[in-house]
Design a binder for this molecule. Structure first.
Ligand SMILES: C[S@@+](CC[C@H](N)C(=O)[O-])C[C@H]1O[C@@H](n2cnc3c(N)ncnc32)[C@H](O)[C@@H]1O
Length: 215
């Protein structure tokens, strides 16, 4: 996904983040070859840092794809911890399960196949961290439900909130009047004004918002 920060700075940050897990590097490489919309390694590292910092034991992810961000997240879990991750594409979910198995994370990841809009009504919280990276048009409609599933002090992390800069009026060269851009702009407004959340947006890669649920 797009970068907001100038390219040389992005390259510098990527260079610092090299030398990690070979499996993650392989999934990222094949993801690029297949044009899969995976988070960048810098965002993966941010997820790992946040989950580790708050001692997350129970994590929810919307939008598994092939398990790339999930491995970054689940790698922070202690024994007995659990990542529940939702994906509606059967082939991607199967590949994700295989990747979680290869990462040695089988016992702490549950891949949930189906539409997150429906499954979200049935999961039981509280979660320590929720990563929203599914359908952009569902960001705003699912917001209140996700907040209700978070524990006080828990984190809601959302990817692509700057959407290549298209949410910024007059900034992007490409036409910005599309459904996803409007949906993300609406989400950003709602998150910023949400009475139960304290939020900051990091202009890392495509923009990541981090909200803590007030105690
Ligand atoms: C941006 S990708 C997720 C990338 C993944 N988080 C990563 O970085 O490794 C979004 C994924 O959400 C899935 N998705 C879209 N709408 C969904 C829905 N309503 N329920 C469940 N999954 C959905 C898509 O099939 C896609 O694989």
């Amino acid at each position: 996904m797009g970068a907001i920060v100038p390219e040389p700075v992005e390259r510098y940050l990527a260079e610092l983040n090299r030398g990690g897990d070979p499996l993650l590097a392989e999934i990222a490489r094949t993801g690029v070859d297949r044009d899969l919309p995976l988070v960048d390694a810098e965002v993966g590292a941010l997820l790992r840092v946040l989950a580790t910092a708050i001692g997350a034991q129970k994590i929810l992810e919307i939008g598994t794809a092939v398990g790339y961000s999930g491995i970054w997240l689940a790698g922070a879990l202690p024994a007995g911890g659990m990542l529940m991750t939702m994906e509606m594409d059967g082939r991607r979910a199967k590949e994700a399960q295989a990747n979680f198995d290869r990462a040695g994370l089988t016992d702490r990841v549950s891949v949930m196949l189906g539409d997150a809009q429906r499954m979200i009504a049935k999961v039981a919280g509280p979660f320590d961290l929720i990563f929203q990276d599914g359908d952009k048009k569902m960001y705003a409609p699912l917001l209140d439900r996700l907040v209700s599933l978070l524990r006080p002090g828990g984190l809601l992390v959302t990817d692509n909130v700057l959407w290549d800069g298209k949410v910024v009026p007059g900034y992007a060269k490409r036409a910005a009047d599309d459904g996803d851009t409007r949906a993300i702009a609406e989400y950003n407004e709602r998150v910023a004004a949400h009475p139960a959340l304290l939020t900051t947006v990091m202009p890392l890669r495509d923009g990541v918002s981090i909200s803590v649920k007030k105690r």
